[in-house]
Design a protein around this ligand. Structure first.
Ligand code: IMP
Length: 421
């Protein structure tokens, strides 16, 4: 029986997970999205066209891979239909490849409004994407959520109306329940051909030995349990969420690819120990084009933080690292890497998501030589300049994990692969 590969972010998101999944898609017959919603934005360039994917697993872009939106996802039907139409316009046979879980929870306009309202009232603003992700998961866990399968029930109107009234009480705003009902009834018909029990389907695919890739969204430090709470998203983008978000078992997971950049970045609020609030941070942002795919927000940038990476490796059982933007960091003459935290006079390599700990933590750095020159043509590890090799080797030694994929430039082919897949 085939095993599924998992691809997940080791930091605060935007590590370039799309590149790993794009590479694995060469072999993948099934691509899966397990958690989150249209708060994610993966940009992938195929045949010179840049696709901004929000919900549908990017494996579909190969036009030969089944794309499954699994039960753990929160789904905005209007965004999804926009994405389906966009893919069809580019010749992707969506009707053949797309499968949507009947158990995925649905995002409604009142969720988006509640997201804005709750953020404005929060004692510690998070900087959410305002896509209604948190309020939809709230409804799910409060057991009032509306799932995809509920869109086909005869009592849909009553269900929507009851949620609308609750949202009105909280936000003080008025919502047009009748219009929402009509719109969603329309969306439900468009989506009907894709809806199925994806749990049974995924297990069937594994039995048929289909190679499966679970495409992570968001990242370890944004995890509701293991991230820098409260500055996190509302799901589990770590390995556990990939199981509950799909119905696969721990035995079904094979390789776990942890994606990092050769520097660190974060959007939104919250602690970031190796952040650079100076010209070097600005330079990294510009060199790495660190602006949000969805929101255009400038990302906060800093040195690579291996204390955090080790935490992500440990939590997720990462056995391969995908290191992106080696070319970007190699443009600097000197590179620093955070190898420990000094917290109230004590030096530690152990990460904690405790807010006070993270606020007090001061980065301890090791310095490396930069100026790698143009490495975009390097096809093997050995072709990299020695300074770049030393940097990569250090990451491997520190984390005890093989660096399997190395991003050396923006194009699809600018990637060194050090393992056989
Ligand atoms: P929410 O997921 O919209 O509730 O946002 C919660 C936090 O997670 C905010 O700081 C967002 O900026 C962050 N976030 C959510 N999705 C992503 C992502 O795909 N990449 C990076 N940050 C994200």
């Amino acid at each position: 029986m085939s095993k599924a590969s998992a691809v997940l972010g080791c930091f605060y998101g935007d590590e370039g997970k799309g590149r790993t999944t794009d590479y694995l898609a060469i072999k993948a017959e099934v691509s899966v999205r397990a958690t989150g919603g249209n708060n994610a934005g993966h940009s992938i360039v195929v045949n010179g066209h840049k696709f901004a994917m929000r919900l549908i697993p990017s494996g579909i872009l190969s036009n030969k891979t089944i794309a499954v939106i699994a039960n753990g996802v929160v789904l905005n039907p209007s965004v999804l239909i926009g994405e389906i139409n966009m893919l069809k316009e580019h010749g992707i046979d969506v009707d053949k490849w797309l499968k949507i879980s009947d158990k995925a929870h649905v995002i409604f306009p009142y969720h988006e409004e509640m997201d804005v309202y709750l953020e404005s009232k929060r004692h510690h603003p998070i900087g959410t994407t305002k896509n209604g992700i948190g309020p939809t998961y709230c409804d799910k866990y409060e057991r009032s959520g509306i799932r995809i399968e509920d869109l086909y029930r005869t009592d849909l109107k009553e269900r929507i109306t009851s949620r609308v009234r609750a949202a009105e009480k909280i936000t003080g705003e008025k919502f047009d329940a009748e219009k929402i009902y009509e719109d969603y009834k329309g969306y439900a018909e468009v989506l009907r051909p894709y809806v199925c029990d994806t749990v049974t389907l995924l297990h069937k695919y594994l039995k048929e030995d289909k190679y499966m890739v679970i495409e992570g969204a968001q990242a370890t430090l944004l995890d509701i349990d293991f991230g820098s709470y409260p500055y996190v998203t509302s799901s589990n983008p770590t390995i556990g969420g990939m199981l509950t978000g799909t119905g696969l078992s721990a035995h079904d997971i094979g390789d776990v690819f942890g994606v990092i950049k050769a520097y660190s970045s974060r959007v939104g609020e919250g602690p970031f120990v190796s952040e650079l609030k100076d010209e070097t941070g600005d330079l990294i942002r510009d060199l790495g084009h660190e602006y949000g795919t969805v929101t255009g927000r400038p990302r906060r940038c800093g040195w690579l933080d291996l204390v955090t990476v080790n935490y992500a490796v440990m939590l997720n059982g990462v056995n391969y690292i995908n290191l992106n933007h080696l070319d970007t960091i190699g443009k600097l003459p000197k590179i620093k890497v955070c190898v420990a935290y000094e917290v109230n006079g004590e030096v530690t390599r152990d990460f904690s998501t405790n807010e006070e700990f993270l606020k007090a933590a001061k980065p301890v750095y090791e310095e490396f030589e930069g100026n790698f020159g143009d490495i975009s043509k390097c096809k093997t590890f050995e072709e990299l300049p020695l300074a770049a090799q030393k940097y990569v080797r250090y990451i491997e030694e520190y984390t005890g994990t093989k660096v399997a994929l190395i991003g050396t430039g923006a194009e699809r082919e600018n990637m060194i692969v050090t393992i056989d897949l």
